[in-house]
Ligand binder design. Sequence first.
Ligand code: ADP
Ligand code: MG
Length: 495
Amino acid sequence: MSEINTFEAAQSGRPTGPLVRGYEVIIGFETHAQLSTASKIFSRASTAFGAEPNTQACAVDLALPGTLPVMNKGAVERAIRLGLALGSHIAPRSVFARKNYFYPDLPKGYQISQFEIPVVQGGSVSFFLGDEKKTVRLVRAHLEEDAGKSLHEDFIGQSGIDLNRAGTPLLEIVTEPDMRSTAEAVAYARELHKIVTWIGICDGNMQEGSFRCDANVSVRKPGSPLGTRREIKNLNSFKFMQQAIDYEIRWQIEEIEEGRQIQQATVLFDPDTGETRAMRTKEDAADYRYFPDPDLPPLAIAAEWIERVRAEMPELPRAMAERYVQQHGLSEYDATQLTQSPALASYFDAAVSAGAAPKLASNWITGEIARRLNQQDIAITDAPVTAAQLAKLIQRISDDTISNNAARTVFDTLWTGESQDVDAVIEAKGLKQMSDSGALEKIIDGVLATNQKNIDEYRAGKDKAFNALVGQVMKASQGKANPAQVNALLKAKLG
Ligand code: ADP
Ligand code: MG
């Protein structure tokens, strides 16, 4: 439908991306986000994943004669949320259309979708690729129903049809061909995934197929018209996405370099071989004989409905990250890390409200805590150290009660559940930093008295010798001296 739009878009003077063997890469995405409604888009059957085949397909999903679709309001509301999150126009009136094709898992013989007038129009997704801010424009997002599934039971040599998935609500989110590298495409997909889960319209479970991407890829010499694209279907992991697009780019360039032409096609990625393979030549919109579905009235969305949904929208990750940069002086990178999920961001917020220095809280959360969560494969909501405990720990670093090293010991004790109380651990393990400068001076004098060689070397300009002295003092204090204080006192004494 948007052949002309997208052609103009790609010609509109966007900067040339990084070249691969002298070719510019052009990528556009079509993403299917399964909407997290309890029931289907046009029937009351459950959408829960993993049920016995055909136990969640009602008469409407089975396309029994005489049944009629009834629009699920929750699906529309989720489309509105996406439109608001991405700055799109939300059509006050959009139209459902029949997309006609024959396939065993589609008993009606057509899929109900939106064609000429989609519910969500325009908008964009912005994200950082390294230090560079990228904006990918959306063409549209439209509501549609999913099809069933063909199950091939190799061991009995038969295929069956499971219609549980038939009628599951989907939002198909289509971009302009704005992406210029694999890395940018994957970053876009990650950002979109973050947004749909953040605003609660999709559970984002890629393994179960709740979020799957089709990547349209073409290459051209810079300045040439757009090349012919091939569409890699159903990418359901970020890793496969990256491998598939990289392979496809190399393959297309190879074909062109060898004097062959790219045929527009739909291809599948095979994770076992790491290759993409043509599935069928691509259909044109005309092949589907789209026409407005006479069973469904146009979808009308009143301005008041949009305003009600707007009032319930959470702060979005990008806005939140920008606020962290402004308010707490965090780096763009750290702010982005902290806004990976609402749960992670609220953990950070809670630690800061409980008195943690924001930069230290950010360092602990994106460092030590992220590492442990990763290692144990658990979510931040299941972290054994609460935000309040982290805040307490950080306060004890900030007020010089303990060193960073000692803090790690305390943290470990909290994480393993040995103790819940920061101050009690510091006390019990004798981790208090030496704060009495008199006691520290005594230790320093002792070290200086027995290390004349280091003193001479330091005076001769060797930095290493100074570090050796600091090390000696730290050792003599059993790690309880404050390294900054040791540095200052030593420097003073050595003149
Ligand atoms: P269709 O509806 O026939 O699949 P569209 O024109 O709507 O085709 O485009 C589908 C997707 O392909 C969009 O995401 C668009 O950005 C992308 N696309 C279009 N032309 C190209 C191209 N030459 N190279 C890469 N992607 C493209
Ligand atoms: Mg398409």
